[in-house]
Design a protein around this ligand. Structure first.
Ligand code: ACM
Length: 524
């Protein structure tokens, strides 16, 4: 049936003219008004209008193109009210999703790149793999009027400007981290955030699954971790944890949005929830009480005890078995209650366990003060890029993910009036968050050591999806742009206009965002 047929269009289709949507009711969005900025844009005359009989065509029998086509149809049907049938009949007009094999004649699009061509007859998205088609579809969404994101039928017209976008990412790692330990977020809340991350071509979801305040993943061989360690959170609420089926559901949903889940078990500090669950993990054999405050640095696994490594082996084995992605994050930050000697000894024993179960080590950048394993990835969360051991590790082959806290931490307050969040790394307004270069941020690190960027969201003060969204938007799209767009496209004045055009889209999606005074939001 036609979704919402017969219902009146709501106000969104009548958005007034404004700096970011000139004559929005008639002129299609310019092809370059996209976040992240595409690598290359060639406008042409004319436009394509999606109409009641537009089909979505997938070439060949490849199931992954079909999945993206089904996703696109699901995105477009509610507001258009059109059927948008997905068909394998390749010839003819409409919206066409094409996977092209690698090789002679194929466009050089990389594993995640795409080409979007719009003519008066058709919209064609071409890519080498489903990730590229998916990212191309996100671009296509942003080129339609914001009312396309509403869940009831709107009037359109659904026109897209003609021309060609050829696009691929600057960095392979474009991450977002969600702390589900300080406050627990359920599967549906995580899925909602995944859908929001996908809008901006984020491709890693880092889940901070354990900390002092809560253990959030079921481990069969140590059942009290979740049952007891997951039973509260900051402020003393009920907490919660993911069953293995819950976790698989998140992983699969993320994969359907082209995101890889990176699970983190933070060790040897940030472990009170585990220590409270099993007395034998403590050096004195006494389990501390559960913790619901927000101090850091007071807990440590008992590095000299053998049982610690039985625990670590079991947890990493079970988590690795549940995780199809190649990465496993072992934390390693703020181990203030672990001696430096013990810290180094612990990391020397734990990193090979990650490798034994087939995963690549990721750790917070304090890992570079120990002996990072060959192939390990360090996540930088400092604030000035001058830590010599990070640069030295990078020169020796450790790859870096850039999450400087005074730029990329989504939990920092925007200004003194922000009701949520923290300010230990300063206030982080939209421009401060956007206006830096991951390629040169770490002094003396080779540019080639930078694997990408990540925007962490710590949740000491955050309890709901609305809280997540208020902190993530508008900063998250800026970090996404740093990860995706070429350095040559980096330009605050351009970005602030492009991100302003996202505001009406967030309104249509029910995303409660921070109306940064630095961004010229359309007035409607
Ligand atoms: C961190 O913010 N402790 C990684």
């Amino acid at each position: 049936m036609v979704a919402g047929a017969g219902t009146a269009a709501s106000s969104a289709s009548a958005a007034p003219a404004s700096p970011s949507s000139p004559d929005a009711a008639t002129a299609p969005t310019p092809l370059d008004r996209v976040v992240p900025a595409p690598a290359s844009v060639r406008p042409a005359a004319g436009s394509y209008a999606i109409h009641p009989d537009t089909p979505i065509r997938v070439s060949g029998s490849d199931g992954s193109a079909r999945r993206v086509a089904d996703y696109l149809a699901t995105v477009l049907r509610p507001a258009t009210g059109y059927r948008l049938p997905v068909t394998a009949r390749a010839g003819g007009d409409g919206i066409r999703l094409r996977l092209t094999p690698k090789g002679a004649g194929a466009p050089k699009l990389g594993a995640e790149g795409y080409r979007l061509e719009v003519t008066g007859r058709a919209i064609t998205v071409t890519a080498r793999a489903s990730a590229g088609l998916f990212h191309g579809v996100q671009t296509l969404r942003q080129l339609l009027p914001a009312s396309i994101e509403r869940t009831t039928r709107q009037t359109g017209p659904w026109r897209i400007a003609a021309g060609t976008i050829t696009d691929e990412p600057r960095y392979a790692w474009r991450g977002a981290m969600l702390d589900v330990s300080r406050h627990f977020f359920g599967v549906d809340q995580v899925k909602r955030y995944i859908d929001q991350l996908a809008l901006y071509k984020i491709n890693r979801l880092h889940l901070h699954l354990s900390d002092d305040q809560g253990w959030r993943i079921a481990i069969d061989s140590w059942p009290r971790l979740a049952a007891h360690g997951g039973s509260t959170q900051v402020g003393g609420g009920p907490g919660g944890y993911y069953t293995k089926d819950d976790y698989r559901e998140i992983v699969n949903y993320a994969a359907s949005r082209e995101l890889t889940v990176v699970p983190e078990i933070d060790m040897p500090g940030h472990t009170n929830a585990a220590l409270a669950s099993y007395a034998e993990l403590n050096c004195d054999g006494v389990a501390p009480p559960l913790y619901t405050g927000t101090e850091v640095g007071f807990s440590s696994l008992c590095v000299p005890k053998d049982v610690t490594y039985d625990f670590v082996d079991d947890v990493i084995r079970e988590l690795a078995a549940l995780t199809p992605g190649p990465y496993l994050h072992i934390g390693g930050d703020e181990a203030h209650s672990t001696s430096h000697e013990d810290y180094v000894a612990f990391m020397d024993r734990v990193q090979p366990v990650v490798a034994k179960y087939g995963k690549t080590v990721v750790g917070w950048h304090q890992l570079t003060g120990a002996h990072p394993a060959k192939g390990a990835i360090a996540q930088y969360w400092g604030t000035d890029g001058r830590e010599k051991e990070v640069a030295d590790a990078a020169k020796a082959g450790t790859q870096l993910i850039l999450s400087p806290a005074n730029r990329a931490y989504l939990d920092m307050k925007y200004d003194a009036n922000t009701p949520l969040g923290q300010n230990w790394a300063g206030y982080v307004e939209a421009k401060q968050s956007y206006d830096w270069d991951p390629g040169t941020y770490i002094k003396d690190a080779p540019a080639s050591s930078v694997l990408g960027v990540e925007a962490p969201l710590w949740t000491e003060t955050l309890e709901t999806s609305a809280h997540i969204e208020y902190m993530a938007f508008p900063r998250l799209p800026g970090i996404a742009e740093l990860g995706w767009s070429p350095a040559s496209a980096h330009d605050w004045e351009s970005y602030r206009v492009r991100v302003a055009a996202q505001g009406p889209r967030w309104d249509a999606m029910g995303i409660t965002y921070y109306h940064s005074p630095q961004i010229p939001w359309p007035t409607s």
